[in-house]
Design a protein around this ligand. Structure first.
Ligand code: PGA
Length: 253
């Protein structure tokens, strides 16, 4: 079975002390994570060492950065490189979150470069895609998401793609309390898998974990995760509450 993943995205929330407390409470409340499952915490850059330290020895629990530079190294004030993340022991990185696309104007070209540099440094990429409401209302969401996936990922070899997790996150469902229905999410995620099978093959696409993100909470996770093409969730708001996130982890297949 492909990996089933509960990924927390703290975004720009919490103080260091609050983050420590949250991690302690979550780690206390989750059972040992099964072999085919992963729990990932995407925390703000300054909290990476703390999170790595706290999760040390917890099997199948990983720490992710929320972003990385598309450049190797050099005079790029304020940026954080793939090499820096690797040197800390970080294993995963988010690329292409809709907030990065919208507020920091990250376009396909830069996302493609970020995917490449992350993979070159052996970071697993959690690649986010998803349509705005206007596109969903026009019924063009499949084409929109297909174009995002093609632009940033389809130059990769099948071997490289094994180190990519896809997170489908409809923008209209992020932080709005408006979750896509399990049927809506399943439909487009099955479509994404089919697009990957078309470019690579069915064996490759069957191995790619595709997460759903957008107002996932303890109440909606079981129904979403029960769908055959939903391999877990990327969770923002509900990942900031220990009980909720622990319940989401428990809902993994
Ligand atoms: P949300 O955020 O769960 O708060 O909607 C999800 C995300 O943006 O990854």
């Amino acid at each position: 079975m492909r990996k089933q993943i509960a990924a927390a995205n703290w975004k720009m929330n919490l103080t260091l002390q609050q983050g420590e407390l949250l991690l302690d409470n979550i780690l206390k409340n989750i059972a040992p994570i099964q072999k085919e499952q992963e729990v990932i915490f995407a925390v703000p850059f300054p909290y990476l060492p703390m999170a790595l330290e706290k999760t040390k020895g917890h099997a199948n629990v990983y720490i992710a950065a929320q972003n990385l530079s598309d450049k190797e190294a050099g005079a790029y004030t304020g940026e954080v490189s793939a090499l820096m993340l690797r040197s800390l022991g970080v294993s995963h990185v988010l690329v292409g979150h809709s907030e990065r696309r919208e507020y920091f104007l990250e376009k396909d070209e830069i996302l493609k470069a970020k995917v490449d540099i992350a993979l070159a440094h052996e970071l697993t990429v959690i690649f986010c895609c998803g349509e705005p409401l206007s596109i969903r209302e026009k019924g063009k969401h499949n084409e929109f998401v297909q174009a995002q996936v093609e632009a940033a990922l389809f130059h990769l070899t099948a071997k490289q793609l094994e180190h990519v997790v896809i997170a489908y996150e409809p923008i209209w469902a992020i932080g709005t309390g408006k979750t896509a229905t399990a049927a809506q999410a399943q439909e487009i995620q099955a479509f994404i898998r089919q697009v990957i099978a078309g470019k690579y093959d069915a064996a490759v696409s069957s191995k790619i974990s595709i997460l759903y993100g957008g107002s996932v909470n303890a109440a909606t996770a079981p129904e979403l995760f029960a769908e055959s093409d939903i391999d877990g969730g990327l969770v923002g708001g509900a990942s900031l509450k220990a009980d909720d996130f622990a319940a989401i982890v428990k809902a993994l297949k």
